[in-house]
Design a protein around this ligand. Structure first.
Ligand SMILES: C[S@@+](CC[C@H](N)C(=O)[O-])C[C@H]1O[C@@H](n2cnc3c(N)ncnc32)[C@H](O)[C@@H]1O
Length: 450
């Protein structure tokens, strides 16, 4: 589909870039570059049906190529579709399992899920999204990828300011922007673009950056990114930020072939702005992006933590233990937290989270029903086959039936003495199944059925 660039857009970039603007406009008419990531949180994570012979140079889990949203690799969280430029944003954050990280504008979750895979289920990742509908999508992507160390919130950046002052070691602001870099991936988005819209986006980004400064620990790192070309949302905002907060400075970042320096003359002529990074699709094999890494002066300080109570009653432990003895090889009783009838392995028990709108705190283990405990889909997506008593491999016909929401009738009588079994297809765990009388009853969540 042709991208219908407006005259205002063309004139603006001809003024800024001269003849090169035509190369950029031509690249915007080409197909976008597809790519995907593997998920090292899963068992045998390279066991996917997609070719891995075209790796992305700056990511050890990223590959050029397209994936199918209905494939088992996708449904079981073994792959995540993400275009290549966006992958580099996460690389800049340098996430480790020792960090407390905030991803402030996180939905649908392509960068958050990458950050989590770098943290290897350690440390704390808070993935926030202001838009309620998008926050739900974020939460389900986190579930699919088997991520356990994340608190998913649906708040405005301001809501964090009072309780989380200087709390986070690393913050990612993948800002809402005018999206010029995504025009060719989403040609409809060009309709929302105007010179005024760019100004509105730039102002909103300034508010977000003000909040971010307050939340960042001394010595902490902020990665700021947009998927737009406009100087107002990029160099000019960073120039403004550096002037307003003199204890923040830009860090040098490695630039791979095709990546370009940010342009000081598009900001306030501060030569430091060359440390920012631009990707234009006429020179770089990915979508249009801007990104930079900023560090706050000082030494990281450990914030004091006050813990909330876990909400569990004595009987609750017995129900979970009974479930575990029958169905799991082992059970780690770690950071358990009960919220209404649901049991979580919490990513954080810090009382600061009280008052935020939390969609998910760590791993949802399951639900207390009358005198029993039933496991949640999130748990199976985070478990490894060896942690289960039974990991049952479906054949293709059985997998399709199950995905559709029907029970699977087994022709021979397997000797399962447990009720809750893990179901795999092509070696990838994707659901619980409830076994009785030669049948695997369907417990696949309705919203996931195909
Ligand atoms: C570029 S998208 C984030 C993409 C995401 N980081 C990813 O990699 O999947 C920007 C997000 O910012 C959210 N947003 C919009 N207005 C916001 C605001 N005032 N403060 C914070 N986030 C906002 C949007 O809903 C959107 O989900």
């Amino acid at each position: 589909m042709k991208v219908d660039l407006s005259n205002d857009f063309k004139e603006k970039y001809r003024n800024l870039m001269g003849e090169r603007a035509d190369e950029l406009f031509a690249a915007i008419q080409e197909n976008s570059q597809e790519a995907f990531r593997l998920n090292p949180l899963k068992a045998n994570y390279k066991n996917v049906s997609y070719g891995l012979d075209n790796p992305i140079p700056y990511s050890n889990i990223g590959y050029y190529g397209d994936i199918n949203g209905n494939s088992i690799d996708h449904l079981s969280g073994y792959v995540y579709s993400q275009e290549p430029s966006a992958m580099y944003v996460t690389e800049l954050l340098d996430a480790t399992g020792n960090d407390k990280i905030l991803d402030l504008c996180a939905a649908p979750g392509s960068k958050t899920t990458y950050i989590a895979s770098k943290m290897a289920s350690q440390g704390l990742l808070v993935s926030n999204e202001i838009n309620a509908k998008r926050a739900k999508v974020l939460s389900s992507n986190i579930e699919r990828m088997g991520i356990t160390n994340t608190v998913v919130t649906n708040n405005s950046p301001k809501d964090f300011e009072k309780k989380f002052e200087q709390f986070f070691d690393k913050i990612l602001v993948d800002a809402p922007c005018s999206g010029e870099g995504m025009f060719r991936k989403d040609p409809e988005s060009v309709k929302y673009w105007s010179l005024d819209y760019v100004e509105q986006c730039a102002n909103r980004q300034k508010h977000i950056l003000d909040s971010t400064y307050k939340l960042l620990n001394n010595g902490g790192t902020l990665v700021y990114s947009t998927c737009t070309f406009s100087p107002e949302e990029n160099e000019q905002n960073i120039a403004w930020f550096l002037e307003k907060y003199p204890d923040m400075h830009l860090e040098e970042i490695k630039k791979y072939p095709g990546m370009e320096d940010g342009r000081p003359e598009w900001g306030n002529n501060n030569s430091e702005l060359t440390k920012t990074l631009r990707m234009f699709p006429d020179r770089f094999n990915g979508e249009g992006h801007f990104m930079c890494k900023l560090v706050k002066d000082g030494e990281l300080e450990e914030p004091k933590e006050r813990q909330i109570s876990d909400g569990l009653k004595k009987d609750d432990f017995q129900y979970v233990q009974k479930f575990a003895q029958a169905n799991l090889a082992n059970l780690s009783q770690n950071n358990w937290l009960k919220i209404s009838d649901f049991l979580y392995q919490a990513a954080s028990l810090d009382s600061r989270f009280k008052g935020l709108h939390i969609l998910r705190n760590g791993l949802k283990l399951g639900e207390f029903k009358k005198n029993r405990f039933e496991p949640d889909i999130a748990w199976i997506l985070a478990l490894k086959p060896e942690e289960l008593k039974t990991d049952f491999e479906l054949d293709q016909a059985q997998f399709e039936i199950y995905l559709h929401g029907e029970s699977v009738i087994l022709t021979d009588r397997p000797n399962f003495d447990n009720k809750w079994i893990g179901l795999s297809y092509q070696g990838k765990l994707f659901s619980w199944g409830r076994y009785s009388n030669q049948q695997i009853k369907n417990v696949y969540p309705k919203g996931l059925r195909r």
